[in-house]
Design a protein around this ligand. Structure first.
Ligand code: BEZ
Ligand code: FE
Length: 295
């Protein structure tokens, strides 16, 4: 392998994969090299641009730690996360659609009972959420686990709190796990979701700025729903009327996931309490895909 030139380099690199024993790895690496080289040829990448790209990726690595995942933000903002989510979550038409996972899920959130307040002090207007988890034939799914997480009214998740970051610990707020009852129903109190910008004080934020994009996500509540015999559903419920529904920075909005968060005057709430501030209700049912029906 000598005297490789601009025209032969791609085939030379692909040929160097000959001894790769993992067929899937070989396929992925071959395609990656083909597309990477085609990209460099297409834009006639300069040495200066190549060096800038390397230093950008280096910065993405340096700012990433166990609480801040800049590589996922990069994937999200370039639409790669939603592309991978969509192509891996093809479901029958009546199933709830999946959307992007995001970087703010935390394993081991506190377990709540139906009716509990999961806000745990997170700031925001009270919101009462109820719904049912069903299968594609309408069967209620008892004992399904719901992981719920959301940001507070200032747009911050509990894991973003500087106190939590410095102490290296997480105080769980507006985040929890609960189980459906024997008819598949669930209900909990939390707070009204608000639109928020994704973390944009790092290289991904600079990239967005340079290409004329804003960093905002429309208001949403995250769900991960798990039940034996069904595919795990990772999704959001979005708030109707949000100004960013058509320009979500991570391309995650699906019309079927947009719901009215209904405002109520101060008064008696679904849990029988009396609130002297306005509050909201949100009703949404989820339909999971039975594992056997996967195409
Ligand atoms: C989120 O919704 O939590 C999220 C998703 C992608 C990037 C940043 C945040
Ligand atoms: Fe989010």
């Amino acid at each position: 392998m000598r005297n490789i030139n601009e025209d032969t380099i791609t085939q030379a690199v692909i040929g160097s994969l000959d001894k790769c024993e993992n067929p899937r790895l070989k396929q992925v690496m071959t395609s990656l090299v083909q597309h990477l080289h085609a990209f460099a040829r297409d834009v006639q990448l300069t040495e200066d641009e190549w060096a800038k790209a390397i230093s950008f990726l280096t910065e993405v690595g340096h700012i990433t730690d166990d609480k801040r995942q800049e590589f996922i933000l990069l994937s999200d903002t370039l639409g790669l996360s939603m592309l991978v989510t969509t192509q891996n979550n093809k479901k029958p038409a009546n199933c709830t659609e999946a959307t992007v996972f995001g970087p703010f899920f935390v394993d081991g959130a506190p377990v709540y009972q139906n009716g509990d307040d999961i806000a745990n002090g997170a700031s925001g207007a009270p919101c009462y959420f109820k719904g049912q988890v069903r299968g594609t034939n309408g069967e209620p799914i008892a004992n399904a686990w719901l992981d719920v997480w959301q940001s507070d009214e200032d747009g911050f998740y509990d894991v973003q709190s500087s106190v939590a970051r410095i102490a290296g610990e997480t105080e769980f707020r507006a985040r929890g796990k609960l189980q459906t009852d024997d008819q598949g129903f669930f209900n909990f109190r939390s707070i009204l979701a608000e639109a928020y910008p994704i973390p944009h004080d790092g290289p991904v934020g600079r990239m967005l700025n340079a290409i004329g994009r804003h960093p905002w996500r429309p208001a949403h509540l995250h769900f991960m729903i798990q039940a034996p015999g069904y595919e795990t559903l990772i999704t959001h419920v979005f708030r109707e009327g949000d100004q960013y529904l058509d320009s979500d920075v991570v391309f995650g909005v699906r019309s079927s996931l947009i719901v009215d968060w209904v405002p109520h005057e101060p008064g008696i709430t679904p849990d029988g309490k009396v609130l002297d501030v306005p509050w909201f209700t949100l009703d949404y049912d989820f339909v999971l895909n039975p594992i056997a029906s996967k195409p």
